[in-house]
Design a protein around this ligand. Structure first.
Ligand SMILES: O=C(CO)[C@H](O)[C@H](O)COP(=O)(O)O
Length: 221
């Protein structure tokens, strides 16, 4: 199986995983990226089994609406039964790096609200130590240079993601060269920098379940 087929396999497995948890009034949280897009397409096939969704990006909201799946404002829902999203890296503790698609802040918000966070990832995302994938940090535009200097002090090499504006109107700095042995501490340290909206480490709130796509099949971790 190639990487794309592994993404499809984990997306399909996520449907099998969430289906027994859904009720007619359930709200499903939906992530962003190519793996999440496959999940959206499969979600369309079980449309009658839940009420609607909240989306972690304008792009995902658009795709959901194209399938005729209702998309609600997060402020208008009382609860989110499950959030399903991809990742750029995951370690064995299900701590993640996310934000390759620049949607990290909304992803973190929906994950925080959800009763359960199911991460779907192909095997290439599995690492022992996070940081091989540059860590995305969403910043308020006027603070970009300041945040960059502070990230240098933390040992990273910050690179401005040119031409990208997040759904929140902010910018992204990708931090290269971090070997993240204490993800919770690093997540906290970066979020303390004035001008940072949030960073792509999901360690304070890791995934509850990881569906990892391997050649031998999808494993649940
Ligand atoms: O965090 C994300 C978007 O901000 C995505 O989940 C992450 O980039 C993985 O993307 P893909 O499923 O395309 O490999």
């Amino acid at each position: 199986m190639n990487q794309d087929e592994l993404k499809q396999a984990v997306a399909k497995k996520a449907i099998d995983y969430i289906l027994p948890k859904l009720e007619s009034d359930s709200i499903v949280g939906v992530g962003t990226g190519s793996t999440a897009n496959y999940f959206i397409d499969y979600l369309a096939e079980i449309k009658g089994h839940f009420d609607g969704t909240v989306a972690s990006s304008e792009g995902s909201a658009e795709r959901l609406k194209q399938h005729g799946i209702p998309v609600y404002d997060l402020n208008s829902v009382d609860s989110v039964v499950v959030y399903v999203d991809g990742a750029d890296e995951t370690n064995p503790q299900r701590e993640l790096i996310k934000g390759g698609g620049a949607a990290l802040t909304r992803e973190k918000i929906v994950a925080a609200v959800a009763d359960e966070f199911v991460c779907i990832a192909d095997g290439s995302k599995w690492v022992e130590i996070l940081g091989g994938f540059p860590l995305p940090v969403e910043v308020i535009p006027m603070a970009r240079a300041h945040v960059g200097r502070e990230l240098l002090k933390l040992g990273g090499n910050p690179v401005y993601r040119q031409g990208v504006v997040t759904d929140n109107g902010n910018e992204i700095i990708d931090v290269h060269g971090l070997a993240i042995t204490d993800a919770k501490q690093m997540e906290q340290d970066i979020n303390q920098i004035v001008g940072v909206v949030t960073n792509g480490l999901f360690a304070a709130r890791p995934a509850d379940v990881l569906l990892l796509g391997k050649e031998s099949g999808v494993v649940q971790i």
